[in-house]
Design a protein around this ligand. Structure first.
Ligand SMILES: Cc1cc2nc3c(=O)[nH]c(=O)nc-3n(C[C@H](O)[C@H](O)[C@H](O)COP(=O)(O)OP(=O)(O)OC[C@H]3O[C@@H](n4cnc5c(N)ncnc54)[C@H](O)[C@@H]3O)c2cc1C
Length: 395
């Protein structure tokens, strides 16, 4: 892939910059600066998403016939980089980047017509019902059961760590439809509405004080079989396909670099730029980010040529999660004792009314704490290392 910008690319870059400047209000930028969780609240992102949808830019990786903009790989890269630089909100990534590729690949026409347009427009927000207590890394051991009853399934069981279940109207879930044979061959992939009777959501507050994830309980929840994607007991194929997108379907290096740039600004502001420890960490993170960008470009190239990300997604997930943690740790070092001040109310942007440099300090420790989760969510780094060892190194 040639990443040299042509004059058309530069014109496109300017168009994206102008669009962001005209459509992302300063208040939303502040909210993003004070977001300490790993995902921003959907409320921050929905208006932005709708503006993108109006422009035809809300699902950049999708095929044109389904609402994608038909960009070249370089244009896609430019768009992602500009959004990262401006820290634009992310909205419904579980929808556009996770369940949508599965619906496109395994879903029937009725499902494509029902679900995809509402992801493009921003009307739907999805959550992911994979993990259960005791079934995280060992996902195939999941127990939430779906038993056939007429045209429906009756679902019983529990999901956990379900990010933004409390803000989502739809869920894609893995359920057990058979207990005989190989564990993977008894799993079904199903789409359901979160307002279905029998679903109960209980919040889990993270160590940084934010409410992002939840327990979700199913008590005789009746879901139409028309929500099943692919064949019964073949959901493991959908699950694995989706995980590749979850781990590597987005260009994340730019977003991590934008946070790094903010921390470097803080380091300068606090007169720490000559501190040898800080300088060494800055150099290490800068080099890591350069290599991360190359991994992103490799993934982009695969996606644009119609491939799914493959084992590259595990490499990407391992690297960006660790570098993000490094950046949050550097911020903590730069803030020193000032990072110990704690504001408990969430979201921080509603709780605070301080000068920007004081507000910024209050986000550092919760973000550091929440970011411990990066090397766990979407499959832990130990699991990614095993995938790389098997699928790339052939060990
Ligand atoms: C912030 C956050 C958001 C999340 N959001 C969602 C969501 O929206 N939907 C959803 O379904 N899930 C979600 N998850 C759950 C996530 O996918 C699981 O936490 C993850 O898969 C790990 O599973 P576990 O927590 O059960 O840990 P375990 O699997 O119990 O792992 C515990 C430790 O043992 C290690 N380990 C386990 N098995 C092996 C092995 N075979 N080899 C080497 N080491 C091993 C792990 O690496 C880890 O260090 C989220 C998690 C977090 C932290």
């Amino acid at each position: 892939m040639d990443l040299t910008l042509t004059s058309e690319d530069v014109a496109f870059q300017n168009e994206v910059r102008e669009f962001i400047a005209a459509n992302l209000p300063a208040a939303d930028r502040r909210k993003m600066d004070l977001t300490t969780a790993f995902l921003n609240e959907p409320e921050i992102g929905v208006e932005w998403h709708k503006k993108l949808a109006k422009k035809g830019w809300s699902v950049p990786s999708w095929p044109v016939e389904l609402g994608g903009p038909g960009w070249s790989p370089v244009q896609k890269y430019i768009f992602d980089s500009e959004c990262a630089r401006a820290a634009t909100p992310v909205y419904n990534a579980q929808g556009s980047r996770m369940v949508a590729p599965v619906i496109m690949h395994f879903g029937n026409d009725e499902q494509k017509e029902k679900y995809l347009p509402k992801i493009v427009s921003g009307e739907d927000h999805w959550c992911q019902g994979y993990s259960e207590p005791g079934s995280g890394s060992d996902l195939a051991s999941l127990k939430t059961s779906a038993k056939k009853d007429g045209d429906d399934y009756i679902i019983n069981g529990q999901k956990i760590w379900t990010s933004f279940a409390h803000r989502s109207n739809r869920m894609f879930a893995l359920v057990r439809t058979s207990t005989t044979g190989k564990r993977q061959e008894g799993i079904t992939f199903i789409l359901l509405d979160m307002d279905t009777p029998g679903i109960e959501i209980r919040p889990i507050i993270g160590n940084g004080g934010d409410h992002e994830y939840n327990e979700v309980f199913f008590d005789d929840v009746r879901v139409p079989q028309s929500g099943r994607v692919g064949e019964e007991n073949k959901g493991w194929d959908c699950a694995k396909y989706l995980l590749e997108y979850e781990r590597g379907g987005a260009m994340v290096a730019g977003r991590v670099r934008a946070q790094f740039t903010q921390v470097v600004r803080l380091i300068h502001a606090r007169g720490l730029i000559d501190d040898p420890h800080i300088r060494t960490r800055m150099a290490e993170i800068g080099a890591d980010l350069d290599t991360m960008e190359m991994v992103d470009i490799g993934t982009l190239s695969k996606l644009q040529s119609g491939d799914n990300p493959g084992a590259m997604s595990s490499m990407s997930k391992m690297r960006w999660s660790s570098i993000r943690q490094d950046v949050s740790e550097l911020a903590l070092d730069a803030a020193g004792e000032d990072a110990l001040k704690w504001e408990a109310a969430r979201p921080l942007y509603d709780a605070l009314q301080l000068p920007p440099d004081e507000e910024e300090l209050l986000a550092i420790a919760p973000r550091y704490l929440n970011y411990r989760a990066y090397t766990i969510l979407g499959g832990t780094n130990e699991i990614q290392a095993t995938i790389l060892a098997k699928q790339v190194l052939g060990l």
